[in-house]
Write a protein that binds this ligand. Structure first.
Ligand code: NDP
Ligand code: 2IT
Length: 444
């Protein structure tokens, strides 16, 4: 059996009931097959792939907190420190009831290659909890965040592991976590990114993932001889990534006609009103049903459905496996020319293969949404030098990073005979730097 197949089999056997982790490993290792085959003897002897798929460390802990009724609640916290080969562990914290170890591991594994693609010195990690911030009071969210950090603080630090936001973790949660870290450790350091501007945050970090997604989309389309301006786009999600993806798409002359949350979705033929969306989601923390109050001509539908709307481009920006084979078939039959992943692994393996087989330009999340973590790394740099850069400075660095990613993943795909396959290109280009560092650092 080939080394790649052996390791995939081992991962499935040794990590039962972690389907998302299996999926992420399969996608990456399948792409790396050509590279591994060319170095099979050395990699096998060094157990290189076993070391790549086993986190350096995974931490699981109890998070007790008291709700507004005086009842004690207990959640589970996680931090998976996957790889420090090229820098301190870096990756977000997801707060969502669906969180379990397998989900954090898939996200941490993806993060290794994504962070490598940014060209910046950051390793891969991810964390979170099954806590659901939805419907909780500010005090309850603060109580949870303080308890979470009271355990996690032992394992993180500006030069060891730097968490950030993800689903359910935004500016409010990062603020409470930062305050508690500072209180316990007594140091003012860049231990978290996505901080507020008054206490060490970076301009453009809020916008970075969505803006970066559109910089990459524009560039990859251009490399394929297509203009973004004038295109119709369907977006899923209505959180941090979706909002700023919609905003930048509009600035670049495209029309975004949908967005969604976990209960329903909006179709707005005239283009999504970003100001309204921000007020509903960032200020009121409300449901998308409210959108109609701002835009009476829009449609609200219960459940899932954005992929059924005819569009040139699809930007999944909500969560994993939200775009399946049926959705891919619908997109293709509606003439979709490109799918660019704002979320992490939003497209199933079958759907990805179908899209690629039908010549849809497909950019995987680890390349397309890398602008968020890249800008987090820029926040770390600013914290280290105790300076703040202007919005324009950060934004132009972000754009340069996304454009570089486009060319690097395209070149890597071509070098290995898979021209235009950006999944293969992203996995190989991300892997190359990590494997080089692993080889140089000996068996650790
Ligand atoms: P937010 O919490 O800000 O928004 C998430 C959005 O997705 C909400 O609209 C939410 O709806 C929806 N959503 C979440 N889970 C589900 C689900 N199970 N089913 C349907 N809808 C769901 O998160 P972000 O925008 O930060 O993250 C979105 C995606 O982007 C995630 O995959 C994340 O890992 C990825 N990402 C985020 C980065 C960042 O910088 N924030 C960077 C790179 C990737 P509702 O509010 O109803 O739950
Ligand atoms: O998935 C991701 O890249 C993030 N949630 C952002 C991580 C970060 O450290 O900014």
């Amino acid at each position: 059996m080939s080394y790649v197949d052996e390791v995939i089999e081992q991962v499935v056997k040794q990590n039962p009931a972690e389907p998302e982790f299996h999926q992420a490993v399969k996608e990456v290792l399948e792409s790396l097959r050509v590279v591994v085959e060319a170095n099979e003897e050395k990699y096998r002897k060094d157990a290189l792939l076993e070391r790549l798929v086993n986190p350096e460390r995974q931490i699981k802990f109890r998070v007790p907190w008291i709700d507004d009724q005086g009842q004690v609640q207990v959640n589970t916290g996680y931090r998976v420190q996957f790889s420090s080969a090229i820098g301190p562990y870096k990756g977000g914290l997801r707060l969502h009831p669906s969180v379990n170890l397998g989900i954090i591991k898939f996200l941490g594994f993806e993060q290794i290659f994504k962070n490598s693609l940014t060209g910046l010195p950051i390793g891969g990690g991810k964390g979170g909890s099954d806590f659901d911030p939805k419907g909780k009071s500010d005090r309850e969210v603060m109580a949870f965040c303080q308890s979470f950090i009271t355990e996690l603080y032992k394992y993180i630090g500006a030069d060891t592991d730097v968490p950030a936001g993800d689903i359910g973790t935004g500016a409010r949660e990062i603020g409470y976590m930062y305050g508690q870290y500072k209180r316990i450790r007594g140091v003012y350091e860049g231990v978290l990114t996505g901080k507020g501007l008054s206490y060490g945050g970076s301009l453009a970090r809020t916008e970075a993932t969505g803006y970066g997604l559109l910089y990459l989309t524009e560039e990859l389309l251009k490399m394929n001889g297509i203009e973004l301006s004038g295109k119709t786009i369907v977006v899923s999600g209505s959180g941090n990534v979706a909002i700023y993806a919609i905003q930048k798409a509009q600035q670049l002359g495209a029309k975004v006609v949908t967005c969604s949350d976990s209960t329903g979705w909006i179709y707005d033929e005239e283009g999504i009103d970003v100001a309204a969306l921000k007020e509903i989601k960032e200020v009121k923390r409300a449901r998308l049903t409210e959108y109609k109050n701002y835009r009476p001509n829009s449609e609200y539908h219960e459940g899932k459905g954005v992929w059924s709307v005819k569009a040139d481009i699809a930007l999944p920006c909500a969560t994993q496996n939200e775009l399946n084979l049926e959705d891919a078939k619908t997109l293709v039959s509606n003439g979709c020319i490109g799918v660019f992943e704002g979320a992490n692994m939003p497209t199933t393996l079958e759907a990805t293969e179908y899209l690629q087989a039908n010549n849809v330009i497909f950019a995987p999340g680890k390349a397309a949404n890398a602008g968020g973590v890249a800008t987090s790394a820029l926040e770390m740099s600013q914290n280290s030098e105790r300076l703040s850069w202007s919005f324009e400075e950060v934004d132009s660095k972000l754009k340069e990073i996304m454009v570089n990613i486009c060319h690097n993943i395209s070149d890597a795909a071509e070098r290995y005979g898979a021209k235009g396959n950006y999944v293969v290109g992203a996995n190989i280009a991300g892997f190359e730097k990590v494997v080089d560092a692993m080889n140089a650092q000996g068996i650790v």
